[in-house]
Structure formats: structure tokens, C-alpha cells
Design a protein around this ligand. Structure first.
Ligand SMILES: C[S@@+](CC[C@H](N)C(=O)[O-])C[C@H]1O[C@@H](n2cnc3c(N)ncnc32)[C@H](O)[C@@H]1O
Length: 220
């Protein structure tokens, strides 16, 4: 399923609509880009998984203007948007990031993409592949929904997400988005994400946390 169909939107509207769907979207993208700015390397090789329309790749260029970007996505329409946005600054690979080899790099990045991996053993496999692809001192950074540790907090965060959707959508449409995504996306707790990264060999930092959203960084 293409990204736009999954989100229930038109592809051309993606950049405008994604902000109405995901609370703190721009802040999360900015924080993930800034995490790459902490690298000592000035021209890091970056592989962005599920690059979509290239928002995170662009934020990385803001932090590291000489970054060499590769974006992997299984949606050709999204990759075309990324190529247009980044005007020749990104090499695109049309493929599944779970099976496409990750080129040797200094950064593996992802935003709102890894929740498409439905099983923890598959996510663990991706983190191991990322670790192997990274140079020493490199990092993986992912911005995504990472659930709270308790059911009560999870419920509270879901209510906040619904309130965000309600700023632009009817109650039925807002609830419909969350119900549809719950069938397709898999969110792990922040604790589980950190444990998976540690098991792959990374040292882990949380660069940003607001309600159920986080930017998690794994350092090699
Ligand atoms: C919600 S969009 C996020 C796009 C972008 N990173 C952003 O932050 O706006 C998820 C993207 O991941 C891509 N994607 C999901 N699963 C994938 C997979 N297994 N392999 C490659 N791309 C995938 C989708 O095609 C889509 O472009």
C-alpha cells in the first residue's frame, strides 16, 4: 500500500497534511536532524529509511549542509517528491528497507517509517543491519511514536493525539484515522525500542520526548 493510501490522503498534499495528522511533527523532524549535527563528521553519508517526501533528509541538510544523502522508500511517488524537494542532493533507492542492503554510512535515519515493521524480531534484524552498515562513531536516529510505559499514560497520550486530529477533522474522521492506523502500524514502548537498539550493540540516548513521540538515537 502506498503511503498516501495508508494515511488516507492525496500524495500531493502529503507535506501539508502530515502536520495535521502527527502532533509535534515539525519539532520531531527538527530534533532528529539536529541529532545528526552532533556528529563530528562534516560530510556524513546518510541513509534515510522510508524517506517519503524527504522532510528529514532536508532537516539533516540544515544541520550538515555537506551530508551525502541516500533515501530508500518502496513508494515511487514519495521518492519523486523527495528528489524534487532536494533538487539533486539525494540518491534514491526504490525498495523495501527491510530487504534492500543498507549502504556503508555514518548515519541511518528514519522518521515515522519504522512503525511499519510489525514484529519486534524484524525490527531487531533491521537494527542489527543498521549497526553493521554504520562506520565507527556513526549513529542511527529515528523519530516516531514510542508508547509510554503504563496503560494509563498510553490512554492519556491517545486522547492528546485525538485532540490534535480534532483541530482539523470531524470526531468520526479523527477516531477513524487512529483506528485504521492501529490495524496497520505497530508502536513499541520507548523502553522496548531502547532495549532493541541496545541488543543490536548501540548506546542509546533519547534526544526528544513529547507525549508518545520521541527521537531515539543509537550510537555505535
Ligand atoms: C508516514 S511516511 C513518513 C515519510 C517521511 N519519513 C516523513 O517523516 O514524513 C512512511 C514512509 O515509509 C515508507 N515505507 C514504509 N514501509 C517501508 C518499507 N518496508 N520499505 C521502504 N519504505 C517503506 C512509505 O512508503 C512512506 O513513504
Amino acid at each position: 500500500m502506498g503511503a498516501a493510501t495508508h494515511l488516507g490522503i492525496n500524495l500531493g498534499d502529503y507535506d501539508a497534511v502530515i502536520r495535521t495528522l502527527i502532533p509535534h511533527y515539525q519539532e520531531l523532524i527538527g530534533a532528529a536532524g539536529a541529532a545528526v549535527g552532533a556528529l563530528t563528521r562534516t560530510a556524513p553519508a546518510v541513509v534515510d529509511l522510508g524517506t517519503g517526501s524527504g522532510a528529514l533528509a532536508q532537516a539533516i541538510l540544515t544541520a550538515r549542509p555537506r551530508a551525502r544523502l541516500t533515501g530508500i522508500d518502496e513508494d515511487a511517488g514519495m521518492l519523486a517528491m523527495a528528489a524534487k524537494r532536494l533538487r539533486g542532493r539525494i540518491t534514491t533507492i526504490h525498495g523495501n528497507f527491510e530487504t534492500t542492503p543498507i549502504p556503508r554510512c555514518d548515519v541511518v535515519s528514519a522518521s515515522f517509517a519504522l512503525h511499519h515493521i510489525r514484529a519486534s524480531r524484524r525490527k531487531a534484524a533491521l537494527y542489527r543491519r543498521a549497526y553493521a552498515a554504520l562506520t565507527r562513531g556513526g549513529l542511527i536516529v529515528s523519530a516516531d511514536c514510542c508508547l509510554a510505559a503504563t496503560a494509563a499514560l498510553q490512554k492519556n497520550h491517545r486522547a492528546g493525539w485525538l485532540a490534535h486530529l480534532r483541530q482539523n477533522y470531524s470526531p468520526a474522521r479523527a477516531e477513524g484515522f487512529l483506528s485504521a492506523w492501529a490495524k496497520e502500524d505497530v508502536y513499541f514502548t520507548l523502553e522496548q525500542e531502547m532495549a532493541l537498539l541496545k541488543r543490536a550493540g548501540f548506546k542509546v540516548e533519547v534526544a526528544f520526548r513529547k507525549t508518545c513521540f520521541a527521537v531515539v538515537v543509537g550510537l555505535k
